[in-house]
Design a protein around this ligand. Structure first.
Ligand SMILES: [Zn+2]
Length: 439
């Protein structure tokens, strides 16, 4: 499986995060079906691009300082979201030879031409150029800004190699048979997928916004350079992410980065659950209400296992019903509903044995999709600092009152100690009620 990874020029945003979470679930599901050793997951890093060059200039730092910093941030963000690392994470700058080799092949086979120091791909030579998008060329080009270079044969021919500009730093450009310069974005993915997965491979993924021109051009390059190949057998595209019902944009002030969420101390599990709450092909809206809802869901799941002996839970007990939901085109909304039903059943069970059975399902299925990996007490300690969890503190106080009434001094003291660790101080009043404050 090859997935288009980030262009490392700015803080990863939640639209990027959605894509990574979707393919992480796909990776886990494929590994379950075929065995982890039979799935090869490649996700690239685009570390050379005009956006990177411009951003580095703006920040007055070198390109490599910028790309190293953003790549590290991306990795940290994906860990926060509970995503597993791909098997191979190639960087574009390490694969210039592979790109040059494919561009040369395209020139030799007359699918490309040199004009005005650029190498262009001639799209009139590509069979079924618009097949992936299922639309005609005029429709595709509507609203797409095309670089109008009079030396191109067709206005929509795209660049495979472009010459260096005078004022660019040395690292922005590379040697090639066509002079110093740098590759076009599309050829990077054709080269890296070929290098690690060969001419033909199974799955290619990315955001729906990449269907045209990026993936359309990848197919054209790869199938023309390797004439007997079909390139990717299956294409998987995840839907758009909107924010409060609108497209995310810096000018609308609704542009949310993963860093913003970490800074706000929102647990990664909550964001992860939100990002899988809609089917991957459908649009997903990010808003505070949705975030609040998934947080309640997470708390509810953790509360279901909170008082159970973790050693008696079987963490490998993934139900068939749950797996079938994922095997059906990654139906994550159904998978989440099934997990939630297990939590309900834990609360509803009167027999200890049943409680543990459903709690085992709850934990195993959640773990499978990368959720509930913390023990319950750690979870509540992380979330309790949030003001929105005052409710939870009150519930714990009520639970402690109950324990005191039952003369369960051990439990009552445990709750007080646990809250104290989170900086919550309880003050028992003479009338038997308890006040709390943040210490
Ligand atoms: Zn790509």
């Amino acid at each position: 499986m090859y997935v288009c990874g980030p262009t490392v020029y700015d803080h990863p945003h939640i639209g990027n995060a959605r894509s990574v979470v979707v393919y992480d679930i796909l990776y886990r599901t494929l590994s379950k079906i075929f065995g982890k050793n039979h799935v090869k997951y490649v996700r690239n890093i685009t570390d050379i691009d005009d956006k990177i060059i411009n951003r580095a200039k703006e920040l007055k730092i070198t390109i490599s300082d910028l790309t190293v910093k953003i790549t590290e941030e991306f990795h940290y963000n994906m860990q926060y979201l509970g995503c597993q690392a791909p098997n191979i994470e190639p960087k574009a700058t390490m694969h210039l030879d592979d790109m040059v080799m494919i561009i040369q092949k395209l020139l030799d086979l007359n699918h490309a031409y040199i004009a005005d120091n650029h190498v262009y791909f001639d799209i009139s030579t590509a069979p079924d150029y618009t097949k992936l998008s299922n639309r005609n060329l005029e429709e595709l080009l509507e609203g797409v800004r095309i670089e109008n270079n009079p030396s191109k044969k067709q206005p929509h021919d795209f660049v495979l190699w472009k010459p260096a500009n005078k004022d660019e730093e040395i690292l922005a450009n590379f040697d090639s048979p066509w002079g110093r310069g740098r590759p076009g974005w599309h050829i990077e993915c054709s080269a890296m997928s070929y290098k690690y997965l060969g001419e033909n491979f199974d799955i290619h993924g990315g955001g729906a916004d990449l269907i045209f021109p990026h993936h359309t051009n990848e197919i054209a390059q790869s199938t023309c350079a390797f004439p007997n190949s079909h390139f990717a057998k299956y294409w998987v595209h995840n839907g758009f992410l909107t924010c409060n019902g609108e497209k995310m944009s810096k000018s609308l002030n609704n542009f949310i980065t993963v860093k913003d969420l970490i800074d706000k101390k929102i647990p990664g599990d909550v964001v992860r659950l939100l990002l899988m709450s809609s089917h991957y092909r459908k649009p997903l809206d990010y808003n505070d209400k949705a975030l609040e809802d998934v947080k309640k869901t997470m708390n509810y799941w953790y509360r279901a296992i909170e008082n159970l002996d973790i050693n008696k839970l079987d963490g490998q007990n993934i139900s068939e019903e749950f797996l079938s939901s994922l095997f059906d085109d990654l139906n994550t909304p159904l998978a989440i509903k099934i997990i939630n039903d297990y939590a309900k059943l834990v609360f509803a069970s009167t027999k200890e044995e049943d409680k543990y059975k459903y709690a085992s399902y709850l934990l195993s299925c959640s773990n499978f999709i990368g959720l509930m990996t913390k023990p319950a007490n750690v979870w509540f300690r992380c979330t309790i600092n949030d003001q929105q969890n005052d409710q939870l503190i009150l519930q714990l106080i009520a639970k402690r009152q109950q324990a005191k009434l039952q003369k369960n001094w051990l439990l009552a003291d445990q709750i007080r100690q646990d809250l104290l660790k989170d900086g919550i101080i309880l003050e028992d009043k003479p009338d038997g009620s308890t006040n709390w404050r943040k210490g």
